[in-house]
Design a protein around this ligand. Structure first.
Ligand code: ATP
Length: 229
């Protein structure tokens, strides 16, 4: 589903590589934690998966496509297969929860009857039944992240990329968000989650890929945050 072959990403000449000769394969349906210190390359990895950045060398395959060969006019359609969730939610502040989710369907031209049916289903799935009319500022942080996940998932993406999705949330709320991502993964969606949340990683016992200064230093099938000592 996601394959990096000898991928190097350098943003500026003379700077060290953000990703340095990274090779990794993530299969369809996997759940992967991407861990590592700040600046280790986690966000760069996710941006390369979305073709928001280009590799300087090596190849990135996502959903069967070599992203270097993907014409720019095809990128929007390619990204429809990807859901993305961020630490800071990135909701439209003047729209309700339901409208935020509906918007993701409207921009890809889904007719109103599809939106009317799908949005309540997805809001229910993320545990926001009855809160669709609320604007983001009328929701807690955890609820806002649920809206963001609903928006990312409403198109049933093959892949969900999450960049520190629990970074702004307290531990109890984070557990709820984690369980939700786990449920989404169990529907068949491949999930890659960049995180600093060591307790969460330790609890979930999923595959852990650890980056250090742009290099994969650990890849464990059922890992913990800090790795075996
Ligand atoms: N647009 C950019 N221009 C120049 N350098 C960048 C850019 N984006 C990232 N970098 C550099 O690339 C390296 C990797 O950054 P990246 O954001 O991928 O790390 P990260 O592991 O996601 O960090 P964090 O946990 O703080 O989000 C860092 O040294 C960073 O300064």
């Amino acid at each position: 589903m996601i394959r990096f072959d000898n991928v190097t990403k350098v943003y500026k000449a003379k700077q060290r590589a953000a990703l340095d000769d990274v090779s990794v394969n993530i299969d369809r349906g996997e759940f992967v934690f991407l861990v590592g210190a700040s600046g280790s390359g986690k966000s760069s990895f996710l941006r390369l998966c979305l073709k928001e950045e280009r590799a300087n060398s090596g190849t990135v395959h996502v959903a069967g496509r070599d992203l270097a060969k993907l014409a720019s006019w095809k990128v929007p359609r390619f990204r429809r297969q990807m859901g993305v969730v961020f630490q800071d939610f990135r909701l439209l502040p003047n729209k309700s929860a339901a409208e935020n989710v509906a918007f993701a369907l409207q921009v890809i031209g889904k007719p109103k009857h599809v939106t009317d049916r799908t949005v309540p289903e997805v809001l229910q799935l993320v545990g926001l039944d009855g809160k669709g009319d609320r604007r983001p500022d009328e929701l807690s942080g955890g609820e806002q992240q649920r809206v963001a996940i609903a928006r990312a998932f409403v198109n049933r993406p093959a892949i969900l990329l999450a960049d520190e999705p629990t970074g702004n949330l307290d531990p109890t709320t984070s557990v709820g968000i984690m369980k939700l991502l786990d449920r989404i993964n169990k529907t068949g969606t491949t999930v890659v989650m960049a995180t600093h949340d060591d307790e969460m990683v330790d609890q979930m016992r999923k595959r852990v890929i650890q980056l250090e200064e742009g290099v994969i230093v650990r890849d464990e099938a059922r890992g913990v945050y800090g790795g075996a000592s």
